[in-house]
Structure formats: structure tokens, C-alpha cells
Design a protein around this ligand. Structure first.
Ligand SMILES: NC(=O)c1ccc[n+]([C@@H]2O[C@H](COP(=O)([O-])OP(=O)(O)OC[C@H]3O[C@@H](n4cnc5c(N)ncnc54)[C@H](O)[C@@H]3O)[C@@H](O)[C@H]2O)c1
Length: 355
């Protein structure tokens, strides 16, 4: 298990900080892992400003979660081996969560671990995947089935790659920002609800990213390997994953963050009915989710399947109970909550009315 020793740098333009970090690490070889999109849209920006990146060996992946596989990891291990990489070489992951999860996994396992740094290029990667030290590949049809905890040596957070990011990717990341704000407290939640993520200028966005990441860092530092408090970060995800999987079964892919946003509303309703959370925050969050993500693609006839999917969530510790993280109030998460099927069905009904 690795310690939480990551340095997180916040910069309008990360070039100098990255160059300095690479120089002080003194790695004999640098490998940049990117997907085809980030290699095309983000790498030139970085290579133009960071000589070590311009001179690095670039290893590219196909974009999308389908590429987050053991065979992609094997291909990277092979390319590192052929290029003579050692435990002192460095990997720089340039991309969204797919790249940082896979590149981090490859770095953590190659020769029992080589250092890596993350330069996230999506909003979701920035506020979530690139921090916290979870690395993984998908396996046997299951998401993140094989992986390790391994902290990056450093993570560089900036808004400089967001110009090319499609709106739906921005919205996907914003759902995780909303979740962090709900876990942080009323003030952070009010600020998150107040911001227009699509129209935000970089100078306004950077401090919001810092606050959002600080919430995740605080929780991860208290519980790096998810024995307790880190489960709070699953808020919205039990219902969210089920909605995502249901959509997949119906042949309609919904972005992960959209499903999390709908899942947050379902779980805030449950927070009200099961933990007594006031509706004061439920209504504005539901209104925000309705405005940005539209209505939840769920019919009454889907409830039995949704309940079954929630019961099979990998966070459950027993096959008979569905595990949720709920809130007593913004900033007061309660982990390891369970809810009866009738309560979950009622929450789905109310959430569908609200959004
Ligand atoms: N490790 C963790 O704690 C953690 C947390 C949350 C999610 N994840 C993982 O993160 C992944 C999802 O991350 P994601 O949403 O960033 O997806 P992603 O990495 O697949 O990126 C989404 C799309 O955006 C493109 N892209 C990336 N940066 C771009 C840019 N600047 N401009 C234009 N296009 C760009 C990518 O090529 C891809 O097509 C999943 O695999 C999920 O399991 C991990």
C-alpha cells in the first residue's frame, strides 16, 4: 500500500511546474502515455513548452473505456521493456481517467513500480480520477476489476486543456464536483450550484477545481485504501452505476457523470427518507440536475432490474443488502447505509418526479 504523498500543483499553465518536477526527479527516460485524442489535441501544447516532453517516447492508446484492458497494459509493458525502461524511468499520463487509470496501473506494476505523474485533460480526470491513487483496468466485462492503489508522484491541475473538451465531458466532470460539494458542506454546495460550468472562464474555474480536489484529498488522506470514510466518495454511485448499466443493457450509452448526477438525486431522496436530511438542498440539486442532464432514462417497468443491479453492486458486502453512502446533511456523510427495496422504489419515483 502506498502512502498519500502526492504533490498536487494548480497552475493556469502547468508547463514550468512539470519541467521543474521532471528535472528534480532526474528520471533517465520519460514516457508519455496518451490516447489518440490527447496525443493529437493536448500533447502538442505541452511538448511546445516542456523540452523533456518534446523529447519523450510517446505511447498511445485507443480512446475510450473499451481500451482500458489488460491487453493494452501488456502492450505498454512490452513497449517499456523494448525501450529499456527501468524502475527509475518516469511515466507521464496525459489524458482523462482512462489514461491515468491505465497508465498508473502500468507504472505501478512495471518492475514492481516506477514513478508516474498525472496531467489530467478532462474535468472528470482533474477532480476525480487523477487524484487518490486508484489505478485499474477493466477485466472480464467488469469495470476496474484488476488494479492497485499507487499514488502518482505529482498531479498537475490546470484548465489549459479544456478548450477542446466536448460539453458532455465537462458536464460529466461537473457531476463529480457536485458530489464533492455535497460531501464538503452547505457553503461548497451553494458555490457549486451557483457556477455555470459551461460558461466559466479558466480564472474562475481553477479555484473551484482546487476546492473540489481538496475534498477528495482530505477524504483519501484519512482512508487511502477505502476501509471506511473513503466510501463517502461513493455518494450517488450505487444508483448511478445501476442507471448506467441499465442504459447499456438497453443499448443506449449514457456518460458516467450523467448517471452519477441522476444517482445523486435518487440518493439525496433516500438521504431524506432514511437519514432525515432536510429537503432544503434536495430541491436545488434536483433542479440543477434536471437543467443540465435532462430527465432520468428510467421507467417504472425498469425498477425491478434497477434494484437487481443495485443489489449486485460490487460495493455490497452481502448479497442480500444494497449499500449506499447517504447524507445526514451536506458535509455529514453516513457510510454503509442500507435501504429496503420499497424505500429505493419510492426514492426512484420521487427522483423521477423531480427531474
Ligand atoms: N481512479 C479513480 O479514482 C477514478 C475515478 C473516477 C473515474 N475513473 C475512471 O476514469 C475513466 C473516465 O474518465 P474520463 O471521463 O476522463 O474519460 P476518458 O479518459 O475516456 O476521456 C473521455 C474522452 O475525452 C477525450 N479527451 C480527453 N481529454 C480531452 C481534451 N482535453 N480535449 C478533447 N478530448 C479529450 C478522450 O480521448 C475520450 O475520448 C473511467 O475509466 C473511470 O473508471 C477513475
Amino acid at each position: 500500500m502506498s502512502e498519500v504523498t502526492t504533490h498536487i500543483y494548480y497552475c493556469d499553465n502547468p508547463a514550468h511546474a512539470i519541467e521543474d518536477a521532471l528535472a528534480s526527479a532526474g528520471a533517465p527516460q520519460l514516457f508519455v502515455v496518451a490516447d489518440d485524442n490527447t496525443a493529437r489535441m493536448c500533447l502538442p501544447l505541452l511538448a511546445a513548452a516542456v523540452p523533456s516532453v518534446a523529447a519523450a517516447t510517446v505511447l498511445t492508446l485507443r480512446p475510450g473505456d473499451e481500451a482500458k484492458t489488460l491487453s493494452a497494459a501488456e502492450s505498454l509493458w512490452r513497449q517499456l521493456t523494448d525501450a529499456g525502461a527501468t524502475r527509475k524511468s518516469m511515466i507521464l499520463n496525459l489524458g482523462g481517467g482512462m489514461v491515468t487509470d491505465l497508465g498508473g496501473f502500468v507504472a505501478a506494476t512495471f518492475k514492481r513500480g516506477m514513478p508516474y505523474i498525472n496531467v489530467p485533460t478532462t474535468l472528470l480526470g482533474t477532480v476525480d480520477a487523477a487524484v487518490g491513487g486508484k489505478t485499474a483496468v477493466n477485466f472480464a466485462g467488469l469495470k476496474n476489476q484488476v488494479g492497485v492503489f499507487a499514488q502518482p508522484a505529482a498531479t498537475f491541475i490546470s484548465t489549459c486543456f479544456f478548450d477542446t473538451l466536448p460539453e458532455r465531458e465537462l458536464l460529466s466532470g461537473y457531476a463529480e464536483m457536485l458530489k464533492h460539494a455535497l460531501l464538503e458542506g452547505p457553503e461548497a454546495l451553494a458555490a457549486a450550484l451557483d457556477c455555470d460550468i459551461i460558461a466559466l472562464d479558466p480564472a474562475t474555474l481553477l479555484p473551484l477545481l482546487r476546492e473540489s480536489v481538496a475534498t477528495k484529498e482530505r477524504i483519501v488522506a484519512a482512508d487511502p485504501t477505502e476501509r471506511g470514510l473513503r466510501k463517502a466518495l461513493n455518494l450517488g454511485h450505487t444508483a448511478g452505476h445501476a442507471i448506467e448499466e441499465l442504459a447499456l443493457e438497453k443499448g443506449a450509452l449514457v456518460p458516467h457523470g450523467y448517471a452519477v448526477a441522476w444517482g445523486l438525486v435518487v440518493e439525496l431522496v433516500l438521504s431524506h427518507t432514511e437519514c432525515g436530511m432536510s429537503t432544503q438542498w434536495l430541491y436545488p440539486v434536483a433542479a440543477c440536475v434536471r437543467r443540465l442532464y435532462g430527465s432520468m432514462p428510467v421507467e417504472c417497468s425498469d425498477y425491478p432490474r434497477l434494484l437487481a443491479l443495485m443489489a449486485h453492486d460490487k460495493k455490497n458486502t452481502s448479497p442480500d443488502t444494497t449499500n449506499f453512502t447517504l447524507l445526514e446533511a451536506p458535509g455529514r456523510p453516513r457510510i454503509d447505509c442500507t435501504a429496503a427495496p420499497e424505500a429505493i422504489t419510492a426514492a426512484l419515483d420521487i427522483a423521477r418526479d423531480l427531474i
